[in-house]
Design a protein around this ligand. Structure first.
Ligand SMILES: [Zn+2]
Length: 271
């Protein structure tokens, strides 16, 4: 499940594969960028902001602007949502991670080939306009500027919203998806439908979310239990009808579009 930690890891993969490299070719397989050619462009850095990926590039002198905008500093934006991924391959290595029809972009450099699968919101924008894409986001749980007080302030500004919805709202804090939402609320003993105003300790909830994401940086298996063994990595997420690890009650699941909630009705009573 691509959440803030997965996106942070992905940004690091792209940083290691491409940062400082001059691209030797590009192949965009989305209509809006089909005519774009980044050959000769230099990759400045790869960064994440919440669940958004920002690959910052510099155009060679004299290059035609690829879209509306001035200057030579551009950002290739992408979002993984539920199913997107970037992979870095060595030159000549087979691209085995996903089926080829899911490829949306290929970036070639002398040392690595980066392949983006099933990416969303793929766009090339002037770096100076990044804020138009990510400026609405709340404090980034894994960002260098993580600000827990601001995250609490933003959550508290919507007192009647359910805490389950509020934690997913990236305008409040950036990086939590369904997995961490479910796990944090279980560990805090809070029902996902509790209004924000009735959550006993918002700061503690926010702090726990940050620690769980941070603990999973640098690895692809997401665990909130401390175990990396298959089937033991979560308390409630993905465990419908299985016994709660604390009390044995059957874990429940409710689905509303892409919003999936798992919870233990005994450990997380409605208030
Ligand atoms: Zn329980």
């Amino acid at each position: 499940m691509p959440e803030g930690d997965t996106v942070w890891n992905t940004a690091r993969v792209l940083q290691r594969a491409l940062a400082g490299a001059r691209l030797t070719g590009s192949d965009f397989r989305v209509p809006q960028l089909a005519a774009t050619d980044l050959t000769g462009w230099t990759v400045r850095e790869s960064a994440s902001r919440g669940k958004h990926l920002l690959l910052r590039l510099t155009a060679p002198p004299g290059a035609a602007a690829p879209a509306d905008g001035n200057g030579r500093d551009w950002t290739l934006h992408s979002h993984l949502r539920m199913d997107g991924a970037w992979r870095a391959y060595a030159p000549g290595e087979r691209w085995a991670a996903r089926p080829a029809h899911l490829i949306r972009v290929v970036l070639r450099s002398p040392g690595a080939v980066a392949v983006g699968y099933h990416l969303h919101e793929l766009a090339l924008i002037p770096t100076a306009e990044e804020e138009s894409l990510v400026g609405h986001l709340g404090p980034d749980l894994l960002g260098p500027d993580w600000d827990p007080d601001e995250a609490v302030r933003r959550l508290a500004a919507h007192p009647d919203e359910s805490i389950g919805e509020a934690l997913l709202d990236q305008r409040n804090l950036a990086g939590v998806g369904n997995l961490y939402k479910c796990e944090v609320l279980f560990l805090r003993g809070v029902s996902p439908w509790t209004p924000v105003r009735a959550v006993p300790d918002l700061a503690g909830t926010v702090g726990l979310a940050q620690r769980l994401l941070a603990a999973n940086r640098g690895r692809w298996t997401q665990s909130t239990t401390g175990s990396l063994h298959r089937g033991q990595t979560s308390y409630v997420y993905g465990r419908r009808a299985q016994p709660c690890r604390r009390c044995g009650t059957a874990i429940r699941k409710e689905e509303l579009g892409e919003r999936v909630t798992y919870w233990c009705p005994a450990c997380q009573p409605d208030r």
